[in-house]
Design a binder for this molecule. Sequence first.
Ligand code: ADP
Ligand code: ASP
Ligand code: MG
Length: 403
Amino acid sequence: MKTVVLKFGGTSVGSIDRIKKVCKIIAFYKKKKNRIVVVSSAMSGVTNELVNKSKLISNNFDRAEYDAIVSTGEQVSCALIAGRLKHIGFKSRSWTSWQLPILTDGPHSSARISFVGIKELSKYIKSGGIPIITGFQGISNDFRITTIGRSGSDATAIMLAKFIKADECIIYTDVDGVYTTDPKQYNKAKKIKKIFYDEMLEMASLGSKVMQPTSVQDAKLNKIDIKVQSSFVSKSGTLITGTKKTFSNQIITGISSTKNDAKITIIGVKDRPGVAASIFRPLSKNLINVDMVVQNISQNGKETDLTFTIKSEDLKKTEKLIKKNKSISYKKLSFDKDLSKVSIIGVGMITTPGITYRMFQALASKKINILVISTSEIKISVLISSKSVKKAIAVLHKEFKLD
Ligand code: ADP
Ligand code: ASP
Ligand code: MG
């Protein structure tokens, strides 16, 4: 008898009809004599609504209360799923994360799951019950409700699969797998049959929101294979795995892009040890995430220019923090908004020379200007104007034969 974790995302449980459809999928697995654990997100749009309510109360809403409010959406969808399963004749009940418990470490709104109590859960599954568990949340050491970052139900499913020692973990969503690039943005995107954890991790971190980055990291650390499938259509999906068997020999596996990036350049900064730390210390204290960083080589040995990117929503705050930072001196600040990072990802890059040139040449052929570049072993990212993203994805998709 197999133990299967099934996770349903927001759109999959987005309406009463969708919940009824999801219950049919669960029933299908149950009838095949599997032991089943279900993890659900909130109905689509609900978490955003809750976030907006907190913002209307205060633009500096208490983080612990933020978690208490935004975690409530999952309780509703889980109860509706359990209620429907009971209605169609199955034994089922909902479980919130504090009832299990799902313990977390780390700060409110970006905590990480450290432990899942499975004693009661195992008993219930063995007795034939179908537990429906709230994704996205847990409790801290001091019994406060925590959340684990937006889209966190993916990570809840992976960690449940780990602790319950599941044979399979299936992420049901509104696309039938991981594609070479977002299929909603580019209609020539192709479904990837198998993808390595590292590639998926890069794609997810670089903007492919089909999987939450933390969840892929948890899957890699715990060697849990993930299947990504659609709850709308019955088609084979994508396997995310570390196993090297039967992989295609594509050099580039996928293309990701981000929205709403901003670039800051500090011109004429005094070039001395510790200056970069002085610039970034206040940003880090204020939880502003710095992404790409480029420091030019100083021409005269005294001054340099430093460029970095952040999310546009943090631009005003960052500008203020730099202007009031007494520990740095510089000549000028410049800002750019409406930028996007486009990245090509693939383990094939490690063994194939010339990929950087091909990427830059392809972008140049469409007159797309590159503002900042960053690379790792298996990805190359460029910062460009958001206006050119569609064009960039199309030309790169073609260049690396993903069409
Ligand atoms: P869920 O609510 O099920 O968690 P998400 O909205 O988080 O679903 O993720 C699914 C969405 O991810 C798809 O609708 C798709 O537009 C988007 N997406 C972005 N990049 C990719 C990609 N490379 N492959 C598939 N989907 C992608
Ligand atoms: N409901 C949460 C969110 O919208 C968690 C999730 O969907 O996975 O971020
Ligand atoms: Mg998601």
